[in-house]
Design a protein around this ligand. Structure first.
Ligand code: DGY
Length: 321
């Protein structure tokens, strides 16, 4: 029996799996920091999400063998320190792709058709008798989508765009994807292009980048300045890949028509952020994978990863495999 520290609540069926095999402590570092730090001292395994696991914290966990994140993104973890200490990091790829793609595509449609703003008119009793063109949106179907980042989730968004909405799909990624092998339904429907070509042509630019040293702040004034005038920007990856001041400047100058954002450099979004109230921004509280089905599937995979690692087996989803 080993010691497990659960640092973000898990569904009861997954807690039961952990309790059946190990000694389990639940301590949310945001709510119970003392209990969390005390449990770190003996923990062999950590499981949770949405909290930075820094080198300083890892130094307080001398027995730690594995960290199992209930997320696909791993930007909350000090990867170099985990590697140096020989601690395994697991995550939850695959099980959330379709749900995140639903969220991002929904945000794209909502932003272009102004769903939130217009729904608020109805709620506030301001449905104008004369619904004029000042309240019209722009079509999504038949337009050009530019995907910055073309992993599994990007490909799932591309399928919705190409097969459901008749959109032309361009993507930019470090390497061209072998569509015949990885996404045959997108063959002839999605093209790998240079970033500049994508930005100049896309009516909708959707960013799906992980946060790394190479992507931090890369969507900057040059990036937005290269976008087609009147285009819409959507971010479903990580907030800190965007220079938010540059995004605001592009919205305010009228270069960008609108932005739909599920992620922000700081979350929750600070009260004083101009992105919170900007009339042409549709903000969401990082809900990409937040459905009952998918969050449960993520918890199952993360629990399985942890139990496998503590049993000395190779887990299903080790980060970097
Ligand atoms: C992840 O798993 O990294 C997502 O951002 C959660 O929605």
């Amino acid at each position: 029996m080993k010691d497990i520290l659960v640092f973000k609540p898990l569904p009861s069926d997954q807690m039961a799996r952990l309790h059946a095999a190990h000694h389990v402590v639940v301590a949310d570092p945001k709510l119970a920091p003392d209990a969390f730090h005390a449990a770190l001292a003996t923990a062999h395994g950590l499981i949770g999400a949405s909290y930075p696991i820094t080198a300083e914290l890892l130094a307080k966990a001398p027995r730690l063998e594995v960290v199992s994140s209930v997320s696909v993104g791993v930007d909350n973890y000090d990867l170099a320190e985990l590697r140096r200490l020989g601690i395994m990091l697991c995550h939850t790829p695959g099980v959330l792709d379709e749900t995140v793609a639903d969220t991002v595509f929904g945000l794209l449609v909502a932003t272009s058709r102004r769903f939130v703003e217009l729904s608020n008119l109805v709620r506030e009793g301001r449905w104008p008798r004369d619904f004029g063109e000042d309240l019209f949106g722009f079509d999504v179907h038949g337009k050009t989508l530019g995907l910055v980042g073309f992993g599994r989730i990007g490909q799932a968004i591309a399928r919705r765009a190409a097969l459901g909405f008749g959109m032309r799909v361009l993507y930019h990624a470090r390497r061209e994807v072998d569509l015949a092998a990885q996404a045959p339904e997108l063959q002839g429907r999605a093209s790998h292009v240079a970033r500049g070509e994508l930005l100049a042509a896309a009516d909708f630019v959707v960013a799906m980048l992980p946060l790394t040293d190479a992507t931090r702040g890369t969507m900057d004034a040059n990036f937005f300045g290269a976008m087609k005038p009147g285009a819409v920007f959507i971010n479903g990856g990580r907030g800190a890949t965007v220079d938010e001041n540059a995004l605001l400047a592009s919205l305010n100058s009228g270069r960008l028509r609108a932005a739909g954002l599920d992620v922000f450099a700081q979350e929750p979004l600070p009260w004083e952020s101009a992105l919170r109230t900007h009339p042409r921004v549709t903000p969401l509280p990082h809900i990409g994978s937040a459905t009952h089905e998918t969050r449960h599937a993520m918890a199952v995979l993360a629990t399985t990863n942890l139990l496998q690692a503590l049993a000395g087996e190779r887990p299903a989803a080790v980060y970097g495999d």
